[in-house]
Ligand binder design. Structure first.
Ligand SMILES: Nc1nc2c(ncn2[C@@H]2O[C@H](COP(=O)(O)OP(=O)(O)OP(=O)(O)O)[C@@H](O)[C@H]2O)c(=O)[nH]1
Ligand SMILES: C[S@@+](CC[C@H](N)C(=O)[O-])C[C@H]1O[C@@H](n2cnc3c(N)ncnc32)[C@H](O)[C@@H]1O
Ligand code: SF4
Ligand code: SF4
Length: 322
């Protein structure tokens, strides 16, 4: 079992397999970065897998593949197959923008992927284009349908933004509800890489919008999940991820690994330690040592939750994987 310096059990590893992306979302990567990490600095799937095995042996039970856009990396199905074959009963999931999903959904399912979280910020082609700065909606919706058809459990992620998609939150929720897919509204997390003019909606505002049409009751948070859950009268459950609240980090159970091998203890802060040397030498004990050190130094909470206005993180979401 992995316990961090604040006594929290850490059992969830998020692995970013690339920082590159085919979208330029306003809240994440509105402009192409000055340079990408050169290929030789990225860890191969074999190197990532070496660390993942160490992490599983130490107590990781849930692994989420993310990015950048993870489906840009070729052979992702084989990578998932490797993890799936290593230990039974792991919760293996993917977070994707869905654009490239339709063609690979069945292969991913066959490799062992049972859950996918797909970002959907609008059901209007022109608004989706405004957010991602590319014509995307048709392919994203196609990806969602293909994943469902393949038998993958789909969850929708939506970032509510003032003046962009705030009039559509009910429609997006109803789209998810009609397909029996859970939805999470994610509060925009201020970061220095995003469009500086962007304003996110806070949890109270999101609830007020849903409340104009539906009555719902608060269910609290489930286990270590960051989402606050709400149940409509007909039983449908929606969630809000609210990192600006103080209680959000109390049950944090996760760490993040980037495509170049930086192990990140918290999404907000810049601190990280590299596992690259250890895995490139095949040094299992060294990799386990880095893991323990990072856990010992995991921050108690982020700074989005502090009372000052405009707390903004230096971390790029496309590098950490969100
Ligand atoms: N601040 C903060 N935000 C998080 C954290 N984990 C997830 N989020 C936010 O929630 C978004 C959605 O997360 P997903 O990638 O769908 O993963 P998840 O919420 O762990 O998904 P499930 O496994 O389905 O519960 C992330 O991209 C972040 O924006 C966290 O530890 N801290
Ligand atoms: C960084 S993306 C990576 C995976 C994939 N490209 C995608 O968009 O789903 C993971 C998640 O982070 C969320 N995200 C990115 N930047 C964010 C921000 N500034 N605030 C809140 N959520 C953000 C996205 O909406 C997405 O659900
Ligand atoms: S949120 Fe995902 S899809 Fe959008 S730019 Fe970031 S990594 Fe790409
Ligand atoms: S912000 Fe940091 S401490 Fe809080 S839940 Fe996310 S990773 Fe954990």
């Amino acid at each position: 079992m992995l316990i961090d310096g604040h006594g929290r059990e850490v059992s969830y590893l998020r692995v970013s397999v690339t920082e590159r992306c085919n979208f330029r979302c306003q809240y994440c990567m509105p402009e192409k970065p000055f340079s990408w990490v050169p290929k030789e600095k990225l860890l191969s799937f074999e190197e990532l897998f070496l660390f993942i095995k160490v992490a599983i042996d130490e107590g990781i039970k849930k692994i989420r593949i993310t990015g950048g856009e993870p489906l840009l990396r070729h052979g992702l199905d084989e990578f998932i197959g490797m993890i799936n074959a290593y230990k039974s009963g792991l919760d293996i999931a993917l977070t994707t923008n869905g654009f490239l999903l339709a063609d690979v959904a069945q292969k991913l399912y066959d490799a062992g992927l049972k859950r996918v979280n797909i970002s959907l910020d609008s059901l209007k082609p022109e608004v989706a284009k405004q957010v991602a700065q590319k014509e995307v909606l048709g392919r994203v919706l196609g990806g969602i349908e293909a994943a469902r058809l393949a038998g993958i459990h789909v969850k929708i992620n939506t970032v509510p933004m003032r003046g962009i998609n705030d009039t559509e939150l009910l429609d997006i929720m109803e789209y998810a509800k009609a397909r029996n897919m859970p939805i999470r509204f994610i509060e925009y997390m201020e970061n220095h890489h995003a469009n500086p003019d962007l304003k996110g909606l806070k949890s109270e505002e999101i609830k007020a919008i849903i409340g104009t049409k539906y009555a719902f009751e608060e269910m609290g948070r489930q286990g270590a999940s960051p989402a606050q859950l709400y149940r409509l009268e007909d039983g449908y459950v929606f969630g809000i991820i609210d990192p600006h609240k103080h209680d959000f980090c109390e049950t944090c159970n996760r760490i993040r690994l980037t495509a170049e091998g930086m192990l990140i203890p918290c999404l907000y802060f810049d601190e990280a330690m590299s596992i690259k040397d250890a895995v490139r030498k095949g040094d299992v004990a060294g990799a386990a040592e880095v893991l323990r050190t990072v856990l010992a130094n995991k921050p108690e909470k982020n700074r989005w939750s502090e009372d000052q206005e405009n707390q903004s993180s230096d971390r790029a979401f496309y590098q950490t994987g969100g």
